[in-house]
Design a protein around this ligand. Structure first.
Ligand code: DP6
Length: 332
């Protein structure tokens, strides 16, 4: 059956960085994110009789070997589960230009998990879908749900307690915004999977991060419950700084931020001090593009500040978005 699904990217406020099991993609710590609209992937999947190999078209182009291999490996997990050898045709499209440096493996594998399981005749619940999406990309486990989401690291070796849960619904915090400032369109030199491996292997700070991350997570959970931006803001910024300190402490050093990122950090600290309270919070993933969490009251001000910063090429404002969904509008 030909099946199409959509999924949104998510921006973590408590980060996933470091795996206790690479093959099963099991993280060391719980992570928390908001699923965001604006950055959406749509994917159509069909398992076709007689097809010799999997086919993958991304944004209208035949995928690279590397992209295809990642999708093949993911589809193999589904094929093993249902005992088929059938190959699939997969066509995927992003709502944003891939060149914007925002290509999201989270949205991609959440949409693929949702579409491919249904196309294979499996009726998966969100918990199972999250565990499956996790195998494609860790952060994809969170994009199955909309709203605020926590990915539980779990303790089991087989990963059966490692999946994401929804902390609050998409409409529970309608005032929340994420203003994205794009300063680089380049693909990162060291991918997340390789980078986090260095951190686990040889960063002394990584060990201390694991001791402090739960304290920040607890504050963020509480803030989400109360919709209290001020309480959450400082923890978000400290968490991003902490992860990037670990990255820098790794060997070879992982430097994902650029000079524009630091200009953004300065500008947000200045903004908050002018207001004498936290009205915006920056967070960065494994790249230089800034994600500024704020509320509708300050989104215009934040956008204007970011647009003025030397090196910021583009800004996008996102709201809290929905989880992965089946869509009837196929791409082929
Ligand atoms: C820095 O989910 O991209 O964005 O599991 O290797 O696909 P893989 O990694 P990925 O890692 C993202 C890490 C992060 C922080 C986060 O989103 O939690």
């Amino acid at each position: 059956m030909k099946t199409t699904a959509t999924a949104n990217a998510n921006i973590a406020v408590i980060k996933y960085w470091g795996r206790r099991n690479d093959e099963l993609v099991l993280p060391y710590n719980n992570s928390i994110s908001f699923t965001m609209d604006e950055l959406q992937t749509k994917t159509t999947v069909e398992f076709v009789d007689g097809l010799k190999a999997d086919e993958l078209i991304l944004d209208g182009k035949v995928a690279t070997e590397k992209e295809l291999l990642r999708v093949q490996n993911f589809l193999d997990i589904i094929r093993t589960k249902i005992g088929t050898k059938k190959h699939a045709k997969v066509v995927s499209k992003n709502s944003f230009a891939k060149s914007a440096g925002l290509a999201s493996s989270a949205a991609a594998f959440a949409a693929l998990a949702k579409a491919a399981t249904k196309a294979a005749g499996m009726d998966f619940e969100d918990k199972q879908l999250s565990m499956l999406a996790r195998r494609g990309s860790g952060s994809a486990s969170r994009s199955i749900h909309g709203g605020a989401v926590e990915w539980l690291a779990g303790k089991r070796e087989d990963g059966e307690d490692c999946y994401a849960i929804q902390l609050s619904k998409p409409n529970d915090w309608p005032e929340l915004r994420n203003v994205i400032a794009i300063s680089s369109e380049h693909e990162k030199k060291v991918g997340s999977a390789a980078g986090m491996k260095f951190s686990v292997q040889n960063s002394a700070l990584f060990k201390s991060r694991l001791e402090s991350v739960e304290e920040r997570a607890a504050k963020v959970r509480e803030a989400i419950k109360k919709r209290d931006f001020g309480t959450m803001a400082r923890s978000i910024m400290q968490e991003s700084n902490n992860m990037h300190a670990v990255m820098l402490d790794s060997w070879p050093p992982l430097i994902y931020l650029n000079e524009v990122s630091f200009r953004v950090i300065d500008a947000i600290i200045d903004l908050n001090s002018r207001h004498s309270k936290e009205v915006a919070a920056y967070t960065f993933d494994a790249g230089p593009n800034a994600h500024i969490y704020t509320t509708n009251r300050h989104e215009k001000e934040v956008k204007e500040i970011l647009d003025e910063i030397n090196g910021v090429q583009k800004t996008i404002i996102a709201k809290v978005g929905e989880g992965a969904k089946i869509n009837s509008d196929h791409l082929f």
